[in-house]
Write a protein that binds this ligand. Structure first.
Ligand code: CDP
Ligand code: MG
Length: 725
């Protein structure tokens, strides 16, 4: 190997835990086979302590190292101890990421010994794999937030487990506040029920059962006798019939030690610490800063592979996102193809949110013989997922974070991780035996990292959650019980944006349109665009484009085939920009039925196109449920489509300046068009864009030409007021 990355040793760090393997077998037999593994997990010895704490307290905080068994075991302990009733109530376990929700549900259903979607299921945005009988439901935090809109007391749930709370995602933070409120209300209602029970007890003592008290429920395979209790329904002035509603238990789970904050927030809830199993990890830093971490990651994997036997364990590489992962995957495949005879195979296994389910589970499969797996992951593998067999970790030191600046809009940035993340990543190498971690940055750079990441709520666009809070009846957003309060400026900006989108009225109250928009699991800008498409008769095209925008990249652009890839993309080019270019691509893709060869020739990312089709199907279904006519199409009259987009994206516009640059309309920032855009180096009076990405400068992604007159028509209210903020 000509090129090498030089590393130096650092002090060892450590982690713990136990491996598992999986193959498909008969459910019950499989579950029996997994029992020994379950009982071998560190958390097993804390089982009865956990259950009794949850029985005694409304809220419990549980801290345990990654891999100790929190996510897979605690929900099962609750299930086995009768915290839910078959066919009636359910336990929700929230995850910040969809990949974690689906893959953990799959694992837990295997451990329980029932098919996925039956007793154990999952629900994520655009996908429901659960039934009326589901007792353990893994879902994203965003999904549970949406359920509160239709079920303000979360009646179906006896326990909500908030997993990965240390990540402090925007939605987890909002959920914390809302659950606290729901818990208080449920307590009040449960007391009402208890009171009714006491007074009616004498009259109906032989027929009324104790269903109201969620925790004394029998665990059985059969649906229980579903007779309603005799006597009058218990009626609450706010929620109507509340018969049978009991207390809501909340369990907050975290992989880091900063649990006191959660405990304080929930009125000094008890904290349980679960010890993990630890093996030392030898950590290396690069001797020099790396200018290209993708190249460095690729070379480091090759170094590990050639210098250590493949039996010494698999390799886990942390990268910032799908694009990085696919680039390194390609580099590794190319290198591996040239291995001399006798060198074991290298099998790259990517894992990121938009990856189809079938390929996600590949990372958990044992590698074929004479093969070493290289898992290429985002920070999903930091604490949410534990992949067995890892002994070597390569840490790029970066992750992708959403940022927001009212003057610029929302942006996606690749940023250095925190020290706490770096330690978690390192720990992944030492779960089963002593391991090695290669940090692709210097020790001096590590010393400069922040101790912890800033909670998302402090740096994200808040429009969507503010809309959801409003729809859930939280009128005074500024007084909401946030664990970490977002800045007033950010909140005010969100309120103003919702006002400009006509989701809120002059008094800040939800409009009918706002309520409609809150039904969508999308940023309000997109739901507004979909709404506008009905009037302008182009719903089909708009849903297509919104689905196309849901993935990172539609094309492959290999570093050595940039020109060929660009030439292929030209086939789909629309003079009006990327939105219509993407639409052309989808139309062409549909014509050939997603043919593999065709995708290859045109550098089309087939994996992402399949995800696009999934999203489109779900959006169509949702729109139909909301009485939209999804067949409305504008055919070749595509101006309507651009006008629709402006009705949501008027805050993402930039105007051409005399010097040829573009300045954002809302904040007068210079906006550069992304080199991958069909509008790159084009000069039109005005543009609008889907997103800003900061690499070395601010790049607009998914850019289209806009008629300045349309912009003025689309944003009647916003700009005068936004500039005052
Ligand atoms: O939540 P926590 O990080 O504490 O641990 P977990 O996700 O419950 O994982 C417990 C154990 O189950 C780990 O040792 C994993 O390796 C194993 N597991 C697995 O083998 N396959 C899965 N799909 C999920 C977990
Ligand atoms: Mg976990």
């Amino acid at each position: 190997m000509a090129k090498q990355v030089a590393f130096q040793n650092a002090n060892g760090t450590e982690t713990k835990s136990k491996p598992t393997k999986k193959t498909k077998v008969d459910y019950k037999a499989r579950a029996l086979g997994l029992r020994a593994q379950r009982e071998n997990l560190p958390i097993y010895s804390a089982r009865s302590a956990i259950i009794s704490k949850v029985r005694e307290h409304s809220t419990v905080v549980i801290v345990g190292e990654t891999g100790s068994g929190k996510t897979t075991q605690i929900p099962q302990y609750l299930l086995e101890s009768g915290f839910t009733t078959y066919g009636q109530t359910c336990i929700a376990v929230t995850q910040p990421r969809r990949v974690a929700a689906t893959s953990i549900a799959k694992r837990v259903s295997e451990e329980v010994g029932t098919p996925l979607g039956a007793r154990v299921g999952y629900t994520i945005r655009f996908e429901d794999c659960s039934s009326e009988k589901t007792q353990l439901k893994f879902c994203t935090d965003g999904l549970l937030l949406r359920e509160i809109l239709s079920d303000p007391l979360l009646r179906r749930y006896t326990v909500v487990v908030l997993d990965e709370a240390h990540e402090r995602t925007l939605r987890t933070d909002i959920l914390l506040g809302m659950l606290k409120d729901i818990q208080r209300e449920r307590k009040r209602v449960a007391e009402l029920n208890a009171e009714a029970e006491r007074t009616q007890h004498n009259e109906y003592s032989d027929s009324r059962n104790s269903r109201a008290t969620g925790t004394h429920i029998k665990f059985t395979d059969e649906a229980e006798d579903d007779q309603p209790p005799i006597g009058e329904a218990v009626v609450d002035s706010v929620y109507g019939d509340v018969t049978g509603i009991g207390e809501l238990k909340i369990i907050v789970m975290s992989a880091t030690l900063d649990a006191e904050r959660f405990s304080e927030y929930f009125d000094q809830a008890p904290i349980l610490y679960v010890a993990g199993r630890q093996f030392p990890v030898t950590t290396y830093f690069t001797t020099q800063p790396q200018s290209d971490y993708l190249d460095a990651a690729h070379l480091t994997v090759l170094q590990i592979h050639t210098e250590t036997p493949s039996t010494s364990g698999d390799i886990l590489v942390f990268l910032s996102g799908q694009e990085d992962i696919e680039n390194v995957e390609r580099l590794l495949r190319e290198s591996a193809a040239q291995f001399p005879k006798g060198v074991p195979h290298l099998l790259p296994c990517p894992i990121f949110a938009a990856l189809p389910q079938a390929q996600q589970s590949l990372v958990f499969e044992p590698a074929p013989e004479f093969t070493r797996k290289v898992i290429l992951a985002t920070n999903i593998a930091e604490t949410s997922l534990t992949i067995p067999g890892i002994r070597h970790v390569v840490d790029s030191g970066v992750h992708k974070v959403r940022g927001f600046d009212p003057r610029i809009g929302e942006s996606l940035l690749v940023e250095p991780i925190s020290k706490s993340s770096a330690r978690q990543r390192t720990g992944r190498a030492g779960r089963e035996a002593a391991g090695f971690c290669y940090r692709l940055y210097t020790e001096a750079d590590f010393a400069q990292l922040d101790e912890d990441s800033v909670p998302e709520i402090k740096r994200c666009q808040l429009s969507m959650v503010v809309l959801q809070l409003k729809a859930a009846g939280v009128n005074d957003i500024l007084k909401f019980d946030f664990m970490d309060r977002p800045s007033k400026r950010a909140l005010k900006h969100a309120l103003l944006e919702l006002y400009a989108l006509e989701a809120l009225d002059d008094k800040g109250e939800l409009t009918q349109l706002g309520r409609w928009m809150s039904e969508f699991p999308l940023e309000p800008t997109y739901s507004k665009v979909i709404y506008a498409s009905q009037k302008l008769g182009c719903t089909r095209e708009v849903i297509d484009i919104v689905s196309l925008l849901s993935v990172d990249s539609l094309f492959y652009i290999p570093a050595d085939k940039r020109e060929e890839s660009n030439a292929a993309q030209m086939t789909f080019r629309s003079k009006d920009g990327d939105h219509l270019t993407y639409l052309n691509l989808l139309r062409a893709y549909n014509k050939v039925n997603g043919d593999r060869e065709w995708c290859h020739e045109h550098y089309v990312n087939r994996r992402n196109m399949r995800h696009v089709l999934d999203v489109r199907e779900q959006l169509n279904r949702l729109c139909t449920r909301l009485s939209l006519d999804t067949s409305k199409s504008c055919g070749a009259e595509l101006d309507a489509v651009l006008k629709c987009f402006l009705s949501g994206f008027f805050h993402n516009c930039a105007l051409l300046q005399p010097d040829g640059s573009y300045k954002s309309l809302s904040g007068s920032q210079t906006v550069h068009i992304h080199p991958g855009s069909s509008m790159f180096s084009k000069k039109v009076p005005a543009i609008f864009y889907d997103q800003l990405v900061f690499t070395n400068k601010l790049h607009a992604r998914a850019v289209s030409a806009a008629d300045p007159l349309w912009i003025a028509q689309a944003s009647p209210k916003l700009y005068g007021r936004i500039s005052q903020l």
